[in-house]
Design a protein around this ligand. Structure first.
Ligand code: PSV
Ligand code: MN
Length: 424
């Protein structure tokens, strides 16, 4: 389903008066508001192709209706989200869930929707039909060379697909690890994984990067071979300058200080970017900002500060992506909420009075430091985000317009009520 520019303009007209009032209230408190609006307009969050259908848990999957049946329909869905919010201008594919049989046609379709292809994700955590050897005991870490070879070749194939689509990063998440003490020799597993990653690294085209994502547990519950940021950083440092550490917000042990991790990875020039989601217990893959929006703001505060310190381009120098799963919500609505939460946290971080904060830090004025952060966090920046979006051609209220246009109902009419998108 396509949402046209004139429909968005009509929709915005009905909200314009209130927007003007709310926007001028916040804008007059912001220094250099036009620079903030520009940064907000430039910032784009990639949508994972596997989050467009209803995700399942290991206990079941309650497929929604009108789910995309093909890669074309997934691109169309992301295009529709992007038309509404002007902040989702990229799609990230997972192979083999989304094999682009005709890359040129997919590229052209994406371009029609003003989308580019973000990082390509490989999958060596599931066996595929007809596969020669199994990943049951790992992939790049496996004791059997034949399994490692199969996993390496798969990653190289993913790079090839990505090249044809104009992507420039390979994102590797390994389920490798062990379920019981004694099952695995840790050093052996690390060395084999490193050697496998080195082979993949040497197949990267010149301008490509490889992102190594860590995760503390699941599906292995005793050890994970890339279990935390230290282990990932060890791999990416040994691999070389094209290798970076990817942070998925749900992949830490409880109460980890993610903002500190992010700050140090950025300082070392080794932060790849993000898989955004939220969680209460583990890798819950909930809507971004639904559980702990203050943490998200603190992460963005470190990101903005760290990127500015290195003279980086906020929009393009790191990878921004959502990695969520939707058990009970309409996935497209959930994604609109997630992108909005990211934009809000980013906008709040842009409002932090950094000079005052560093003066407070320098003089150990703990109270002032907290006040400065919370002043930005407690500013209602929603009208700023909406203004940037409207100026870019998006809807003032993407979720409101999605419902007003009865998008889900239309998708069900088009695609049927028993469609199941590929993914987990
Ligand atoms: C693993 O939990 C993960 O975060 C990786 O990024 C995978 O590619 C993705 O989820 C699969 O849904
Ligand atoms: Mn992830």
């Amino acid at each position: 389903m396509k949402i046209e520019q004139y429909q968005i303009a009509e929709y915005n007209n009905s909200l314009l008066k209130a927007q003007e009032r709310n926007y001028s209230f916040v804008a007059e408190k912001v220094n250099n508001v036009s620079a903030v609006l520009k940064l907000l307009q430039e910032f784009q969050v990639a949508i994972p192709s596997w989050a467009l259908g209803t995700g399942g848990t290991r206990f079941g999957r309650f497929s929604g209706a009108g789910e995309p049946r093909s890669l074309e329909e997934k691109i169309e869905d992301v295009g529709m989200l992007h038309a509404l919010n002007q902040s989702s201008g990229a799609i990230s594919l997972h192979i083999p869930w989304d094999i682009p049989d005709n890359a040129a046609a997919m590229k052209a379709l994406a371009a029609q929707h003003n989308l580019r292809f973000d990082a390509m994700n490989s999958n060596t955590f599931q066996d595929q039909p007809g596969q020669a050897v199994s990943y049951k005991y790992g992939s790049l870490q496996h004791t059997d060379k034949a399994v490692r070879k199969q996993a390496i070749e798969h990653n190289i194939e993913v790079i090839k697909y990505g090249e044809a689509l104009g992507s420039d990063a390979l994102s590797v998440w390994l389920a490798d690890g062990s379920c019981f003490p004694g099952q695995l020799n840790f050093r052996g597993a690390f060395q084999r994984t490193l050697e496998s990653l080195q082979e993949i690294y040497s197949a990267l085209p010149d301008h490509w990067k490889v992102w190594v994502e860590y995760k503390a547990f699941e599906p292995n519950f005793y050890s994970t071979t890339v279990g935390d940021w230290g282990q990932s950083l060890l791999f990416t440092s040994k691999l070389g300058p094209k290798a970076y550490t990817l942070v998925d917000l749900g992949h830490h042990l409880p109460n980890a200080n993610i903002e500190q991790i992010v700050s140090l990875l950025l300082m070392e020039g080794k932060l790849a970017g993000f898989h955004f989601n939220d969680s209460k217990y583990g890798d819950d893959d909930l809507t971004v900002g639904s559980i702990n929006p203050y943490q998200l703001f603190l992460i963005f505060n470190e990101l903005v500060d760290g990127m500015n310190a290195r003279g980086m381009n906020h929009a393009t120098d790191l990878g921004w992506m959502i990695d969520a799963s939707h058990n009970v919500k309409d996935p497209l609505e959930d994604l609109l909420q997630s992108v909005e939460a990211i934009m809000i946290a980013y906008a709040q971080a842009l409002l932090v009075d950094t000079k005052a904060l560093s003066a407070a830090q320098q003089s150990n004025d703990v109270v002032a430091a907290q006040e400065i952060l919370q002043q930005a966090y407690r500013t209602d920046v929603r009208p700023l985000v909406a203004q940037a979006r409207m100026l870019a051609g998006g809807a003032l209220d993407p979720l409101g317009m999605y419902r007003q246009q009865k998008v889900r109902e239309n998708l069900i009419k088009e695609r049927g009520s028993k469609t199941v998108a590929t993914g987990l």
